[in-house]
Design a protein around this ligand. Structure first.
Ligand code: G3H
Length: 438
């Protein structure tokens, strides 16, 4: 699309939003439920397109569609529970009980939703549904890879009774329409998931417009001496390698007590070597990365680490943009793979000798999305968790965003604001007061 076409779409959304925000919430909820029904009906068709478009294995792609329908239904219900509040003036010294404030949640107007390639349906709907239920119009810009899946999802929405123009699908090159969208005067809120670099650029350009960002991560799995190593290995492998590590919440480094590192590494190795590698159609866990540049970057991280003395435990094989799951031991702070987000199937193991290094190394990262702690000592886990600069800490489980109604937060360069169904709705509304002076 050209800037002129995008401009038209934004104007149409802005115009249509006025009557949409006056539509009863239960009617908006009914439309979202209808949308969820359509998605469930079309799960195979949309799942297949996701799988072909972004190389996600077919079973996971179909699961993404069903998860999205569940998310939309919960959002519809949650939207009906936004009731506002009533405040009395006499709670502040000098105030009066005859002053009463009705606080309502008003939509912001037109929400710009920009989604990434890795969840082209779920991470799009997790922005669109909260915006719609709270009375906003939406301009939806999918990632170029993922746009076909996004378009199918929007077609399903347009089969409902949603009034025309409330949802606008825009596509085009970020270099041509990106800044135009982000700085358009009729955009009232921006919600973005993608790279930290783009997220930072958006937050700098969006003047006086609220921005919610979900960006990169370098989530550590912290494995203490008393951990259940079978459990830890199982979660680490599934956390690090599912969808070939192309998840912001993937486990991207292991910080393990040196005394148990050999045992853990062996257990992880066995599981990594059992992973299926190949084609999305065959439901392989590790499939080709989104493009060759992504595979080149992962290969660079592997090569850099090996050149600097890391030990290759398994992997380091490549066919085009298919990178075989790779496990590196003896990784240290001088290696890029200790700090960079690979967004691919390579996992570094960093051995820890001093207990305080678990926290200091975890926190040295520019990212602060999530962390996992594996231990039987809940008290100790809690103590470590309070010191970690991250949005969420998982005890004895892999890092992950879901369930979708949990708040989802990134600290430092991992994000801005909070998502999760309730928080997303709140981020797309503002308080509006009607004050009764009796
Ligand atoms: O890639 C970022 C997603 O928010 C990760 O979601 O933890 O459900 O895979 P997930």
């Amino acid at each position: 699309m050209s800037q002129e076409e995008v401009d038209d779409k934004i104007k149409q959304a802005s115009e249509a939003q006025k009557s949409w925000s006056a539509t009863e919430v239960y009617k908006r909820a009914d439309i979202l439920h209808e949308w969820a029904d359509r998605l469930v009906e079309k799960q195979d068709q949309i799942g297949e397109v996701i799988s072909k478009e972004v190389g996600k294995n077919l079973a996971s792609a179909i699961k993404e569609v069903v998860r999205t329908a569940d998310l939309i239904r919960y959002t519809a219900e949650e939207g009906c529970r936004i009731h506002g509040e009533m405040l009395k003036g006499d709670s502040s010294r000098g105030g009066s009980s005859s002053k009463l404030a009705m606080v309502e949640q008003e939509p912001l107007g037109v929400v710009l939703a920009i989604s990434p390639f890795n969840y082209p349906v779920n991470l799009a709907a997790s922005k669109i549904a909260p915006a719609l239920i709270s009375g906003n119009a939406v301009v939806f810009k999918p990632a170029s890879q993922g746009a076909l899946s996004g378009q199918l999802m929007i077609e399903a929405l347009l089969e409902t009774d949603l009034p025309t123009d409330i949802i606008q699908f825009v596509s085009g090159k970020g270099s041509e329409i990106g800044d135009f969208l982000v700085t358009h005067p009729s955009i009232d809120m921006i919600t973005f998931t993608g790279s930290t670099e783009t997220g930072q650029a958006i937050s700098q350009k969006a003047k006086m417009v609220p921005v919610v960002l979900e960006l990169g991560g370098k989530d550590p799995a912290i494995v203490l001496e008393d951990a259940d190593l079978d459990l830890a290995a199982e979660h680490i492998v599934s956390g690090a390698y599912s969808y070939s590590g192309q998840r912001c919440t993937a486990i991207k480094r292991v910080l393990v007590a040196d005394t148990i590192a050999n045992d853990l590494t062996e257990k992880i190795k066995q599981k990594v070597e059992a992973l299926s590698v190949g084609s999305p159609e065959d439901n392989a866990t590790v499939t080709p990365l989104i493009n060759n540049d992504a595979a080149d970057f992962v290969q660079h991280l592997i090569d850099d680490a090996l050149n600097k003395g890391a030990e290759l435990i398994t992997g380091n094989r490549r066919e085009g943009n298919l990178v075989y799951p790779t496990l590196l031991d003896q990784v240290n702070s001088n290696m890029d793979v200790a700090w960079e987000e690979p967004f691919g199937p390579v996992l570094p193991i960093i051995r820890i000798n001093e207990e305080e290094d678990f926290v200091s190394l975890a926190n040295q990262s520019e990212y602060g999305l999530q962390a996992s702690i594996f231990t039987k000592d809940v008290q100790k886990a809690r103590e470590i968790a309070t010191k970690l600069d991250v949005g969420s800490v998982q005890l004895n489980a892999k890092t992950e965003r879901g369930p979708d109604h949990f708040p989802f937060i990134g600290a430092k360069n991992s994000g801005l604001g909070s998502q999760g169904i309730r928080r997303s709705i709140e981020s797309m509304t503002r308080d509006k007061l009607f004050i009764l002076n009796l």
